[in-house]
Design a protein around this ligand. Structure first.
Ligand code: ARG
Length: 257
């Protein structure tokens, strides 16, 4: 199934690009936070299993299902807008109302947006070509490292001594360059790393754990700064979904198969 997800994501990338240009049909939704309105949700649908383009050409994945369930509880019609990951934070409050994109809560992002309660714990992993000499964090020094632009993987790579970092708009483009030999490894979140690892299982290995000792990260929904009414609605919907079993069923459907 993971392979199917990725194949669909890859195959429909052109469609996504086309969809991304359509603009928001909910430009009047603003960020008022009142119910019965459209909630325009930004994502970057190239991050399986959290978001990818489904067989029907529409964004799907854990985050998409979660935000739709939240919208249903909180009384919003959810409209998904696919865009570059790196422009999500700055688009909140203008092009989009909120963002759900496997986005890690960071102090820097908190200067620009508020975050919901965390909904998933993540950690970075390292994709390497089979037979690579990279096995521990120390081995990353001086290496050519591929990352997705504007992600925590990029921030981590930037701190590695002597590393030559290449940032791509999509994580899969970094993985393609790993397969081409243009980079030595790719630093990306664990679950997407596992999906890419399964897709290219003949070529790559997925490394992580205590050899690298990356800090745990928390995914949360990015919200307009200061909109406490919207934050409360989203947080209480999330809490209800955890209590009524919906959250767990989405985890088993999309993440733990
Ligand atoms: N968790 C990482 C971050 O917040 C990567 C998220 C990338 N998400 C995506 N939909 N491309 O920086």
């Amino acid at each position: 199934m993971k392979k199917n997800i990725l194949a669909a994501a890859l195959a429909a990338m052109v469609t996504v690009t086309a969809l991304a240009g359509c603009g928001s049909a909910a430009s009047d939704s603003g960020n008022s936070g009142s119910t019965g309105k459209t909630l325009t949700v930004g994502t970057n649908a190239a991050f399986p299993p959290f978001e990818y383009v489904g067989d029907d050409g529409n964004p799907d994945g854990f985050d998409i299902a979660l935000i739709k369930a939240i919208g249903e509880k909180a009384g919003y019609e959810v409209q998904i807008q696919d865009m570059e990951f790196d422009s999500l934070v700055s688009s909140i409050g203008n092009k989009i109302d909120v963002a759900i994109a496997g986005m890690t809560v960071t102090e820097e992002r908190k200067n620009m947006v508020d975050f919901s309660e965390p909904y998933y714990e993540a950690v970075q992993n390292v994709l390497v070509a089979k037979g690579s000499d990279i096995a521990t964090a120390a081995d990353l020094e001086g290496k050519k490292i591929g990352v997705q632009l504007g992600t925590t993987g990029e921030f981590i790579a930037d701190e590695i001594p002597g590393a030559e970092v290449s940032a791509y708009n999509k994580a899969v483009d970094a993985v393609n360059d790993l397969n081409n030999g243009r980079v030595d490894c790719v630093i990306v979140d664990k679950n997407p790393a596992e999906v890419f690892g399964a897709q290219f299982s003949d070529k790559v290995d997925v490394l992580g754990g205590e050899q690298f000792d990356f800090e745990p990260e928390n995914y949360a929904i990015a919200l307009p700064k200061g909109d406490t009414e919207l934050a409360e609605k989203i947080n209480s919907a999330l809490k209800e979904l955890k209590a009524d079993g919906t959250y767990d069923s989405l985890v088993s459907k999309y993440i733990e198969e």
